[in-house]
Design a protein around this ligand. Structure first.
Ligand code: WTA
Length: 619
């Protein structure tokens, strides 16, 4: 692209600005002075862009189709007019609880329309939301409430999922024991089950929304004001609060949604992610609604009541674009083709995947069985940090190859770096680490209240570039293949997990002296969680203890962090300076112990023999 600023300046026209920006980009990737600004003198409101501006032309069009967990419960069609009323009411409820521009609100909800109302209500009054996935534990929730010093947490009585119920309110109660006592709890009625109630702290959303005014004026925000915080795992320490902006983020989510899914007026679009992850932010709520789309919100799981649920929902709502994760495809593929072929999938036009590399076998099944060989597959590579798609084939414009994210999106400048020297490698085919040379409007702006960590994490390793943490290959045609994380982040069922987080949960258990966690290949999840655990002196290594540790991690972090394999390790391989040699632990976990490499620098090489002998993965 010869004139990226001109391109982005023209693209800004797709948003409704209160004050049109005259500046496009002001960016510096230099360590020590990193700044990222887009459209910095423009002002707008995200909720007005996602709702109000559509009212005149498509007020009666469905904005959100809500498909509940239980297929016998009726779906809901929420029009743009309904959305406007509900978002305004929710915004007024939040204001009545004292929430003002710049305040933080934590959202801990099931995949119900109220989650979208809450997000947009925050945007409407200029509050910054921070969504916590409903599968996270009370501890993780408390850390996020405290991390952003939130005024209000919005939750529901229970979250129905796959026929079971997660007690969200009770989790929130536990979390709030560890938070300031000024934090208010706004409770949405989902199942109607009884919950505990603390007068003065807990507020009934349904009652308050019913009484609230139907209109709430959208607050004028600067393009660079934060829209939301979303915590994500890194290679060290606790999760970091990724901060996204108002103008650049919305523009990028909207443009990518339209271009990558070839979204046309009247299409029904379905992204199966949860709003607790970035995919749900950008491609269930913000991107689609900014484009005036009809977006499906699904509360359930792919296998409930059985493995045809996704395809039944596609048939029922005549879905045109379907976007999911490779792990779901692999799981459904394993259940047999009949679950899909018995449904009418003729409405599908575009298929998408996200979250992890897709293996060719799953890609081919998706292409043949779900797409009937006629739907382009967009394999979208991007990250919480990037706000929207960074590399993907564009339907109709690019060829596809099973497993390749193919080409950068408009204006994105990927580079492959030599991991050691940090030099750009221009030739191809080539393999190295993936970095981005210049900014794009959807880029994260900072880590919440820790700009230094932001600079160090993303701009510290390779000077002058945004470093993705992924490895990649560029083939002889110049197409990109993501090879996975090169840091200590693992990808379990498309969910990012820092091995350091699981380790710190394990060592918090009284019986554990030391722990090291790595990923290993898992047929359905992509990667599984493999834990090496050294017990305290005198503690018996039993199967009960193994189970207990698994439950322990689930309660500390949440079910998504549940260890798959736990190996008792009398010792861990360490260098003489005491550093754990993870390379060796990864190899053993991968059952690839023939190629352990040089172990001569270990303080005690014999620990390796024990680990190999007692390895848990023998596939
Ligand atoms: C991985 C999810 C291969 C990658 C949007 C990245 C992928 C991490 C793909 C970000 C893809 C995402 N092919 N790998 N199409 N998409 N990844 O922040 O390792 O939850 O760094 O964002 O997922 O995960 P996150």
């Amino acid at each position: 692209m010869s004139d990226p600023d001109g391109f982005w300046g023209a693209q800004a026209e797709r948003l409704d600005w209160v004050k049109k920006p005259t500046q496009v980009k002001d960016v510096d990737f230099t360590l020590g002075q990193v700044k990222i600004n887009w459209f910095a003198d423009g002002t707008l409101n995200v909720a007005a862009n996602c709702i109000d501006r559509h009212l005149e032309t498509r007020g009666d069009q469905t904005a959100i189709i809500f498909e509940p967990d239980d297929p016998n419960e009726p779906a809901q069609n929420i029009t743009y007019k309904d959305l406007h009323r509900n978002v305004c009411r929710t915004a007024n409820v939040l204001e009545s609880l004292g929430v003002r521009k710049g305040d933080r609100v934590v959202i801990y909800l099931p995949m119900i329309p109220e989650a979208a109302y809450a997000m947009l209500a925050c945007a409407r009054i200029g509050a910054i939301h921070s969504i916590v996935f409903a599968g996270f534990s009370p501890d993780a929730l408390a850390a996020r409430i405290n991390g952003s010093d939130a005024k209000v947490v919005i939750t529901a009585d229970h979250a129905p999922r796959g026929g079971r119920k997660t007690p969200l309110k009770s989790n929130a109660d536990t979390a709030l024991l560890h938070c300031k006592d000024t934090v208010k709890c706004l409770v949405v009625k989902r199942t109607g089950d009884q919950t505990t109630w603390i007068a003065g702290r807990d507020y009934d959303y349904n009652e308050m929304a019913l009484e609230a005014d139907d209109y709430c004026r959208p607050v004028e925000m600067n393009a660079e004001d934060p829209l939301f915080i979303l915590y994500t795992s890194g290679s060290t320490g606790q999760p970091k609060g990724v901060v996204h902006s108002t103008g650049g983020y919305l523009l990028y989510a909207a443009l990518t949604h339209e271009a990558v899914f070839d979204y046309k007026d009247g299409d029904v679009y379905w992204c199966t992610a949860d709003v607790g992850w970035v995919t749900g932010h950008s491609y269930i709520v913000y991107g689609p609604l900014a484009n005036g789309a009809t977006t499906v919100m699904f509360e359930g799981v792919p296998t409930y009541p059985d493995a045809s649920r996704f395809w039944q929902v596609c048939e029922k709502h005549k879905v045109n674009q379907f976007y999911t994760a490779p792990t779901a495809i692999r799981a459904l593929m394993g259940q047999g083709t009949e679950f899909a072929t018995k449904c009418d999938l003729s409405s599908l036009r575009i298929l998408g995947t996200v979250g992890e590399p897709i293996n060719p076998e799953a890609w081919n099944w998706y292409n043949d069985v779900i797409g009937g060989g006629k739907c382009p597959i967009v394999d979208t590579w991007w990250q919480t940090e990037t706000g929207g798609h960074m590399m993907t084939p564009l339907p109709g414009a690019h060829a596809t190859k099973p497993g390749s994210a193919m080409k950068p999106f408009f204006g994105v400048k990927p580079v492959v770096l030599d991991p050691q020297s940090g030099e750009e490698i221009d030739s191809y085919p080539v393999e190295g680490v993936l970095a981005i040379k210049d900014s794009w409007p959807g880029q994260m702006r900072t880590i919440w209240e820790d700009h230094e960590r932001f600079e160090k994490t993303y701009f510290g390793d390779y000077k002058g570039y945004y470093f993705s943490g992924d490895g990649c290959r560029r083939d002889e045609d110049g197409d990109y293949w993501i090879t996975g994380r090169v840091d200590d982040v693992i990808n379990v069922s498309g969910h990012r997990m820092g091995t350091a987080e699981v380790e710190s949960a394990l060592v918090a258990h009284v019986s554990v002296a030391e722990a090291a966690v790595v990923g290993y290949p898992h047929a359905i999840k992509g990667q599984g969680i493999y834990c090496y655990v050294t017990l305290m002196n005198g503690v018996e290594p039993t199967d009960e203890l193994r189970k207990e540790l698994r439950t322990w991690v689930r309660t500390e972090i949440g079910p998504i962090a549940s260890p798959d394999l736990v190996q008792w390790a009398p010792g861990l391989p360490k260098t003489r300076s005491g550093k754990i040699m993870r390379r060796i632990l990864r190899k053993i976990a991968e059952n690839d112990f023939g190629a352990l490499g040089d172990t001569s620098t270990l303080a005690d090489p014999s620990v390796v023999d024990d680990l190999v002998e007692n390895r848990m993965n023998r596939e």
